[in-house]
Design a protein around this ligand. Structure first.
Ligand code: PLP
Length: 463
C-alpha cells in the first residue's frame, strides 16, 4: 500500500515543469531545494502510515511554491510596525528619514570621500563629516562618533577612567537590555565601581564622601532612560555634580542614553538633553538611533582634551562607525539644524503625534477595513496608548489611536498570526481578545499594505 502511494509521488523534474513553478520567476535552485524537501516530507508522511488523502499535483506544486518563496526571500526584511512602540528595539529602533536612507544607500554603492580631503588630497578622518554638526547641535567643544552608545560608554570608561574609582549612584546602576549592565561594563572597562547613595536617594554629600575618602577619582552620571523611580526620591542635578567635580579637580562623565538633542522635542521640559549636558559634563555620550531618530551610532561630545584622548586610543579604531551609518548620521544631524528638517524625521514625528492627528488616521483606516471584514470581524477606531520604547521616555504617556480588529470567532490570535505571515509582515498588539493596529508607528504606504492584506489580495500568503 505504502509502496503504491510512494510510486505515485511525482518525479522532481516533472514537478518543476508545473506552470505554477515554472512560471514563478523564482531561482531554479530554490525551486529544486523546495521540491526536494516537500517530496521528502510527503514520503515521510506516507511511510509513517498516517492516513491522508494523496495530494494532487497542483497541491504539491502549491506547497513547493510556498517553500521556495520562503527559501528565496531574505531573512532580514522590512516589517510593518503597528505596535505603537516607536523605538522598538526588536524592530530596529528608529526608522531613518528617506533622505538619510538614501545617503546610506549612496555611500554603500559608490566610492566616497570617507577619509579623503578633496581640497588638499590628503587623508582625513571619517568623523570629520559629522563632528562639527554634533558640536553645533550640542554646544560641545569637540566630538567623536563610534559604532553605538554601548561602544561609546566602553571607550569613555576605558580611556578616561581605567584603574580609577568611579562614583556612580546606586539609583543609576541600570541594565539597558541585551545584557548591557552598568556594573558589568564598568568591570570590563577596568574601572572600580564606587557605589554611592541608595536606590531612591543619592545626595551631593554621598559623592563628596567618596572623593574625600579618596576611593573615587571620577564621577559618572547615567541617565536611567528606561525606568523611572517615583515617590521618595532624590538625585543630584548634573550642574551640582559638575561643580563638585571642578572643586576636586576630577572629571565628570555622563551616559545620556536616549540622547534628546535639545529642549525642542517631544519630551518633557525637565528631560536631560545633550545641549543641556554639554557645558557640564567633561564627556557625554548618547545613541544615534533613539530620540535623535538616526542610524545606530554612539555620539561622544565634550572637552577637547578628553575627546582627543578618546580619538587617539586604539580602541576607537575597533569601535569605529561604518560608512553607511556615518552617511545617514550626517543627514540626520543636519535635519536637526532647522525646524523643517526636524519635523521630517520619522521617529521624532511619531513621538510628537497627538490624538488629534492620530484619531482621524485610525478612523480612516477603520473605514477602509470595515467593508473588507464585514461578517467575520468587527472593526472600529479606538484610543490606544503608544510608547517611546527603546529605553526612552519611561512613564511618558503617548495617547494615540488604533484600529481594533475583533474576529467574530473570538480568535484574535489566529488573525495576528495571519497578518504576521503576510508579506511584508504586519505586527500589531493583542489586547483583550482583539488585535490592535496602532497608527502612530505606521510609515507612508503601510496603510495600503494593511488594506491589501485584509482584502486577501496578496499573491503569496493568503489570509
Ligand atoms: C540605550 C542606552 C545605551 C546603549 O546604547 P546603544 O546605542 O543601544 O548601544 C547605553 N546607556 C544608556 C543609558 C542607554 O539608554
Amino acid at each position: 500500500m505504502n509502496q503504491e502511494l510512494l510510486s505515485h509521488l511525482p518525479k522532481m523534474d516533472v514537478l518543476l515543469t508545473q506552470p505554477l513553478l515554472a512560471g514563478s520567476g523564482l531561482p531554479r535552485a530554490a525551486l529544486k531545494a523546495a521540491a526536494r524537501s516537500e517530496l521528502d516530507a510527503l514520503r515521510r508522511r506516507i511511510q509513517s502510515g498516517q492516513p491522508a488523502p494523496a495530494p494532487s499535483m497542483e497541491e504539491i506544486a502549491r506547497a513547493v511554491l510556498v517553500r521556495a518563496q520562503t527559501l528565496s526571500r531574505p531573512s532580514l526584511r522590512p516589517v510593518i510596525n503597528a505596535t505603537g512602540v516607536v523605538l522598538h528595539t526588536n524592530l530596529g529602533r528608529a526608522p531613518m528619514s528617506p533622505a538619510a536612507a538614501e545617503a546610506a544607500c549612496a555611500a554603500a554603492a559608490h566610492y566616497t570621500n570617507l577619509e579623503y580631503d578633496l581640497d588638499s588630497r590628503c587623508r582625513s578622518s571619517r568623523g570629520a563629516h559629522v563632528e562639527e554638526l554634533v558640536c553645533a547641535l550640542t554646544g560641545a567643544e569637540s566630538a567623536l562618533v563610534v559604532n553605538n552608545n554601548a561602544a561609546a560608554v566602553l571607550l569613555m570608561l576605558c580611556v578616561l577612567a581605567a584603574g580609577k574609582g568611579v562614583a556612580l549612584s546606586r539609583g543609576e546602576l541600570v541594565e539597558i537590555g541585551g545584557s548591557f549592565r552598568m556594573p558589568d561594563i564598568m568591570a570590563r572597562s577596568g574601572v572600580r565601581l564606587v557605589e554611592v547613595g541608595t536606590t531612591n536617594k543619592t545626595r551631593l554629600s554621598d559623592y563628596e564622601g567618596a572623593l574625600a575618602a579618596g576611593t573615587a577619582q571620577v564621577l559618572l552620571k547615567v541617565h536611567p532612560s528606561n525606568f523611572k523611580v517615583v515617590g521618595f526620591t532624590e538625585e543630584v542635578p548634573l550642574a551640582e555634580l559638575a561643580a563638585l567635580a571642578r572643586r576636586h579637580g576630577v572629571p565628570v562623565l555622563c551616559d545620556l542614553g536616549s540622547g534628546a538633542p535639545d529642549g525642542d522635542g517631544p519630551w518633557p521640559p525637565d528631560y536631560p538633553t545633550a545641549a543641556g549636558t554639554a557645558g557640564l559634563a567633561d564627556v557625554m555620550c548618547f545613541s544615534g538611533d533613539k530620540l535623535l531618530g538616526g542610524p545606530q551610532a554612539g555620539i561622544l561630545a565634550g572637552r577637547k582634551e578628553y575627546i582627543d584622548r578618546l580619538r587617539s586610543d586604539p580602541l576607537a579604531r575597533a569601535l569605529r562607525i561604518d560608512k553607511l551609518s556615518l552617511a545617514a548620521l550626517e543627514v540626520t544631524l543636519r535635519a536637526w539644524t532647522d525646524p523643517e528638517g526636524r519635523a521630517a524625521l520619522p521617529g521624532p514625528a511619531m513621538l510628537s503625534a497627538g490624538l488629534a492627528q492620530l484619531r482621524p488616521r485610525a478612523e480612516a483606516l477603520a473605514g477602509r477595513l470595515a467593508p473588507l471584514c464585514a461578517g467575520w470581524c468587527a472593526v472600529r477606531a479606538v484610543e490606544s496608548a503608544g510608547e517611546a520604547g527603546g529605553g526612552a521616555l519611561p512613564g511618558v504617556a503617548l495617547p494615540g489611536a488604533a484600529v481594533e480588529l475583533r474576529p467574530a470567532d473570538g480568535d484574535a490570535e489566529a488573525l495576528e498570526r495571519a497578518l504576521r505571515a503576510h508579506c511584508p509582515p504586519i505586527l500589531g498588539r493583542l489586547h483583550r481578545g482583539a488585535l490592535l493596529l496602532d497608527v502612530r508607528t505606521l510609515l507612508p504606504g503601510d496603510e495600503e499594505e494593511i488594506v491589501r492584506a485584509l482584502a486577501g489580495r496578496t499573491p503569496v500568503e493568503q489570509l
